[in-house]
Design a protein around this ligand. Structure first.
Ligand SMILES: *Cc1c(COP(=O)(O)O)cnc(C)c1O
Length: 367
């Protein structure tokens, strides 16, 4: 008998795929870097936490209910989303974070030989999910930090199944306006599914920013992603969703994982989505934080790119991995951007004033 070698059972595309290593829990990092308090500026979480109404639901969850399966298809939440956006509840599919619904879409439409199209400087999970599923990704370079519509159109062929657009883009903060998105959808002309990832939708205050939800009835191949992780402060509960035409969502339902969204997440989301006051408070925090950062970074000779969203990308004059380790010694946790194809850049979440002050102080120290 030879030694156990699971490798030989793997498809080539899985063998080639490098697994993602998430960062360690905060207490482990604090020990490792010898810091006390940690300022989490790496994941675009909401520093204000979940809305008070959602916090109440979380506190009120009867422990005994943990023994009971949740609604397998987030029934009440889908009804609520239907009411809020004036859609049929069957136009929504809820997942264990928006991350999970990326997999639903790729599994539903793609098989080896097919391709997806996205940008090279964007959220990497589209590309990763395609890669370990054996699907080719066509990465179109950003143009002036923005998704390149013409470039993407030029790369569509008969095997292109899904096009992912991150609007506004993580990490550059750029966005396509209403006219640009509409023109793009018309030019794609039903050849492929168009996913618009609106993870940061609630942070955008520009008048010409398109609300994808208003277009899904007109364009049946359009799919919108939203999440409760960013604005609604529920990242730890893992809940996000997709929306589209009834016909498209009906198809994606075949590959969705039922029962993957826990009861507390469903109930907290049900409350969070109505809390406009929390949205207003968060927007004020982000506005103030961006203004402060831009001003203070300029004073120490650094440039930041912060468009829409609750994050900014900062260009350094050193390796981003090195900057990460140095900043961690003071408890400032940022996102390195080499993996997003922006070497020597870090992305920081716009958070409370204290965290922003510490960030600027420590950036000045390490430079
Ligand atoms: C954070 C993020 C997501 C994933 O959110 P989850 O719901 O936490 O899985 C998806 N897309 C973008 C662009 C994000 O930044």
């Amino acid at each position: 008998m030879s030694a156990w070698d699971p490798d030989r059972l793997l498809p080539d595309y899985v063998r080639r795929f490098e697994p993602y290593t998430p960062s360690r829990p905060d207490p482990e990092l604090a020990k490792l870097y010898g810091c006390g308090k940690i300022y989490r500026l790496n994941n675009n979480e909401n520093a204000l936490g979940p809305p008070p109404s959602a916090q109440e639901v979380i506190r009120g969850f009867t422990p005994k209910r943990a023994a009971v399966y949740p609604s397998g298809d987030s029934y009440y939440l889908r009804c609520k989303l239907g009411k809020k956006f004036d859609k049929d509840p069957n136009q929504f599919l809820v997942g264990n974070g928006a991350n999970e619904v990326i997999g639903f879409v790729i599994k539903a439409f793609c098989e080896p030989g097919d391709n997806i199209i996205t940008a090279d400087g964007t959220f990497a999970v589209y590309e990763w999910t395609a890669a370990f599923s054996g699907i080719e990704t066509r990465l179109i370079p950003l143009k002036e930090l923005c998704f390149d519509d013409e470039g993407m159109l030029n790369h569509i062929d008969g095997r292109t199944k899904v096009i992912f657009i991150c609007n506004p883009n993580n990490p550059t903060g750029t966005y396509w306006n209403f006219d640009k998105l509409k023109r793009f959808i018309q030019k794609v002309n039903k050849r492929a599914i168009i996913v618009v990832d609106e993870a940061y939708n609630e942070f955008v205050e520009k008048d010409d920013y398109p609300d994808g939800m208003s277009l899904i009835d007109e364009y049946p191949n359009l799919v919108i992603f939203r999440t409760f992780s960013k604005m609604y402060g529920l990242a730890g509960l893992r809940i996000g969703y997709l929306a589209g035409s009834v016909e498209t969502v009906q198809v994606i339902r075949r590959t969705c994982i039922v029962y993957s969204v826990n009861s507390i997440a469903q109930e907290a989301a049900l409350e969070a989505i109505d809390d406009n006051e929390h949205v207003m408070k968060t927007l004020a925090m982000v506005r103030e934080g961006k203004t402060f950062l831009e001003l203070e970074l300029q004073k120490i000779g650094l440039t930041a790119t912060s468009g829409e969203g609750n994050y900014a990308m900062i260009k350094l004059r050193m390796d981003d991995g090195l900057a990460y380790r140095k900043l961690m010694r003071s408890g400032v946790m940022v996102r390195t951007m080499t993996g997003f194809r922006f070497p020597n850049h870090i992305r920081v979440t716009i958070a409370l004033p204290e965290a922003m002050r510490v960030l600027v102080r420590e950036l000045e120290n390490i430079l």
